[in-house]
Write a protein that binds this ligand. Structure first.
Ligand code: PNW
Length: 489
């Protein structure tokens, strides 16, 4: 294994780890928190592995100090956390503020500052207040204004100290898995309709929050704001087959392009997405208007509403044409997309079935983003490796994964000239992995869920990540000293 040349990373590189409120906090009904759609979803039986819930999870609500110790042990420069909307605003609106929720996040943010760790805050990581779901959730147009008020409340309350904001985490996952497939909260299964509407309202919500920040908070607070997009790297299954090549383009358009086009290219969805959906509607005799909503001229445009590119990368796919499989079928996202992503049999799978380990896909994706979308700085806001089955504290495979991945990030920076500003490992510690409950472990720290202390123990991969960070810090410091000395000569 060739050593990682840490000198390639810029001196102010962000070394981070990420978590999300519902996955770690617990305290689901403590101190005035309102329920979220994930509380509801887990409580309806049969949705999550062994009907597990995030009621307690890592109990970060009460054991935050333990998390802080983990962050310090890793030597992180950055920590990405998410705010539980309904802990702050129990019914989702600013009509009722929960002071204990405000106090909790104030403590977390202040402790991080004391420890010289920069906080990146995600406003929405899948846990919509149930009260807002009861009003239609992401399918209701009013959600964009309600989200904007929530975002403004957060900027006003925490923005003196928080300078890196993510509005929404993975709108693709939220729209597709939550509103098309119905396999995550809110569990809506309306193929070919609901995901487009939900995604549209998410883009509108993000846009309004960005414009609010830009106009009213940035001048004083000086921070940056974006939204986190997940994307696989994709290539045609058979590069010699024009149908697979075309399907790969469609796959890209319907995943990353769905959100990146409005923000970085045209202010609208990819043209190919529009024309496919129109054509499919026609073919199936659907005549209740366009299924892919249009951006209104009376609202601010999403174009240009990101100050950096936030990327969550986990895996890659080979893509094949899916058109023939869809004849006479019902409306669905997949038939609109007309493409299917498959795992190359040569790729190892880690833990969860969907997670094929393909570190060089990240390098290719970073270059793709630079060439297709923007030259803005890129933060890799999530990337990780899961374990299932017996716990291995000596997680050698995960160590290799992080090493190989960081090597690819190095190449993206040094050989492809991509402006990568930071890397956040998913995740700081084992946590509630959505439908897989606690059966899948993504942590740099092991959490012993069998005991009430929820003891955190560093994995070998955590120790190795800490070593990379510390090496980079040492080299950067000595380089700074050299620079200063050479200037003095
Ligand atoms: C990411 N699913 O995407 C999320 O941002 C994290 O919250 C999550 O823990 C991480 O990936 C690892 O899976 C998701 O199947 C991927 O429900 C898969 C799902 C959800 C989110």
């Amino acid at each position: 294994m060739s050593a990682l040349d840490v000198s390639v990373f810029p001196s102010d590189f962000a070394w981070g780890a990420a978590t999300a409120a519902y996955q770690i906090e617990g305290g689901w009904n403590l101190d005035g928190k309102g329920p979220s759609i994930w509380d509801t979803f887990c409580h309806a039986k049969g949705q999550v592995f062994e009907d597990q819930t995030g009621e307690v999870a890592c109990n970060s609500y009460q054991l935050w100090e333990k998390d802080l110790k983990c962050i310090q042990q890793l030597g992180l420069t950055h920590y990405r956390l998410s705010i539980s909307w309904s802990r702050l605003l129990p019914d989702g609106t600013t009509n009722h503020v929960n002071p204990k929720g405000v106090a909790y996040y104030n403590k977390v943010i202040n402790d991080l500052i004391t420890c010289d760790v920069t906080t990146m805050v995600t406003l929405y990581h899948f846990d919509l207040p149930q009260a807002l779901q009861d009003r239609g959730g992401w399918n209701s147009a009013e959600i964009a204004d309600i989200f904007e008020s929530y975002a403004r409340f957060c900027f006003k309350t925490f923005g003196d100290r928080v300078k890196l904001w993510i509005t929404l985490n993975e709108p693709y996952v939220c729209a597709k898995l939550g509103h098309e497939d119905g396999i995550i909260a809110p569990g809506i299964k309306e193929p070919g309709i609901s995901a487009y509407v939900a995604a549209h309202n998410m883009v509108r919500a993000h846009t309004k929050a960005w414009h609010s920040y830009n106009a009213d908070f940035r001048p004083l607070q000086g921070g940056q704001i974006s939204l986190a997009l997940n994307s696989d790297w994709t290539e045609p299954l058979d590069p010699g087959c024009p149908k697979d090549v075309a399907a790969t383009e469609r796959y890209k358009a319907f995943t990353l392009g769905w959100f990146a086009w409005p923000l970085f290219c045209t202010g609208d969805y990819p043209e190919s997405m529009r024309s496919r959906i129109e054509a499919k509607s026609l073919e199936l005799g659907y005549n209740q208007g366009s299924r892919l909503p249009h951006f209104s001229k009376n609202e601010p445009s999403p174009l240009g509403t990101a100050d950096f590119f936030a990327l969550n990368y986990y895996t890659s796919r080979k893509v094949k044409d899916w058109n023939s499989a869809c004849k006479n079928s019902e409306l669905s996202f997949k038939c609109d997309q007309g493409a299917e992503g498959v795992v190359d049999p040569s790729w190892p799978i880690c833990g969860v079935h969907w997670l094929a380990v393909v570190p060089d896909g990240l390098r290719k994706l970073l270059k793709h983003i630079k060439d297709t979308y923007t030259n803005l700085p890129i933060y890799i806001t999530e990337n990780g490796f899961s374990q299932m089955g017996p716990v291995q504290i000596e997680d050698v495979d995960r160590c290799h994964f992080y090493h190989d991945t960081l090597q690819e990030v190095c190449k993206a920076i040094s050989q492809d000239g991509v402006n990568v500003k930071g890397y956040f490992a998913w995740s700081l510690m084992d946590n509630f992995e959505w439908i897989h409950g606690f059966s899948v472990r993504f942590g740099l720290f092991h959490v012993d869920f069998a005991t009430p202390e929820l003891k955190r123990t560093i994995y070998r991969s955590g120790r190795e990540y800490a070593a990379v960070i510390s090496k980079h810090r040492t080299e950067t410091k000595s380089k700074n000293v050299e620079d200063i000395l050479s200037r003095n000569v």
